[in-house]
Design a protein around this ligand. Structure first.
Ligand code: ATP
Ligand code: LTN
Length: 327
């Protein structure tokens, strides 16, 4: 049997090249090697308030972006988290074996909670729901960007704790980070990770930005005061631009060094911008085609949920048996 892969994205904000290079691109690359489930995690999205109409539209948008990136719904299951109630059901059982202290230590929780006037219990429970997503399907591999590594560590801890309390139940999953592009930084501030929820004008390149906007954002990227590229001493802004280029082009380290050593920053930015535009233009064309067919999108999501629900229900049944709950 093929190892199962599970990953997901929140239907919030605008997907950016960090989301693509850190996660989505790798999903496409491995989809034929594993049994893959790619989820739109709407229950995670509502840990912060979402306007209901906008959330509904975002779910379709993310599904279309998965397809436009090249996820093949004949090969993988694409599904919406809230369409399979077992996610929420297992999450409850897992909250009961998760110490609150583990959750309070999560850096994403601390960052997001600091920005809220009132913090919902859901925001604290967020990583437990993520653990439920993964453990529900006994996934062995979870391809994500580096910012999710701590949540995966917690998933392993929760799985191990459950297994030791109630007997072997869950596969303990591994993390899978890309070699290049695991942490794309903000173009306006290369000390912060590129993020959907950041507000700066020149912070991110969204996957659906028009070519002119992409060029403008990259040409304005923060670099440093050296006259040209020195791969040995480059600061975070230059390293980030090089990482973006390399992740899109697939060039090796030596090739990168040869090509960019000594290049002026204006020229570096121009070449990075053209590399990004060249990759995103055909992607955007496919997106426009897919989003204009809501019937097709709905069928893909319905099929995906129908395919994975029996696996999820089996796990919930097993967990209930192990815990002595009523079955
Ligand atoms: P937010 O900042 O609003 O929480 P986000 O940009 O982190 O959103 P998510 O939906 O949380 O987006 O992440 C989806 C996937 O993209 C995850 O696998 C995450 O690790 C990856 N990812 C997010 N930001 C980056 C980044 N800057 N570089 C590489 N991968 C990233
Ligand atoms: N927290 C993740 C999204 C997510 C996820 C998952 C990723 C929810 N459940 C399960 C991998 C596996 C994020 O990217 N912010």
């Amino acid at each position: 049997m093929k190892t199962r892969v599970f990953s997901g994205m929140q239907p919030t904000g605008n997907l950016h090249i960090g989301n693509y290079l850190g996660a989505l691109k790798n999903w496409v690359r491995i989809q034929h090697d594993y049994e893959c489930i790619f989820c739109i995690v709407d229950l995670h999205a509502v840990t912060l308030y979402q306007e209901p109409g906008e959330l509904r539209a975002k779910i379709a948008e993310i599904a279309a972006l998965y397809l436009a990136a090249g996820i093949d719904p004949q090969v993988c299951s694409i599904m919406v988290q809230s369409a399979v109630p077992a996610h929420a059901e297992l999450a409850w059982m897992l909250t009961c074996v998760t110490p609150v202290g583990w959750l309070e230590r999560m850096t994403q929780y601390k960052t997001k909670a600091a920005k809220q006037e009132s913090v919902s219990d859901g925001l604290l429970q967020y990583p437990v729901l993520m653990a439920a997503d993964i453990l529900l399907y006994q996934a062995g591999i979870v391809p994500v960007g580096e910012d999710q590594a701590q949540h995966l560590e917690l998933t392993r801890d929760v799985a191990q704790r459950f297994n030791s309390l109630y007997g072997d139940t869950f596969v303990v999953p591994g993390t899978s980070l890309p070699a290049v592009g695991a942490r794309i930084m903000g173009l306006d501030d290369p000390t912060q990770k590129m993020s959907k929820s950041a507000t700066g004008q020149n912070h991110a390149v969204a996957l659906l930005d028009p070519p002119d906007k992409i060029r403008k954002t990259i040409m304005r990227a923060t670099t440093d005061s050296s006259p040209g590229v020195d791969p040995e001493t480059a600061g975070p802004g230059v390293l980030n631009l090089l990482a973006i280029y390399q992740a899109f082009s697939g060039d090796g380290d030596d090739e990168m060094k040869r090509h960019f050593a000594g290049m002026r920053y204006g020229e570096l930015k121009k070449q990075v911008a053209e590399m990004v535009v060249t990759h995103l233009e055909p992607f955007q064309q496919r997106y426009r085609q897919i989003i204009s067919d809501p019937g097709y999108l709905a069928a893909v999501l319905r099929d995906g949920a129908a395919r994975v629900a029996p696996i999820a229900n089996d796990t919930v049944r097993l967990v209930k048996q192990r815990m002595g709950l009523y079955t």
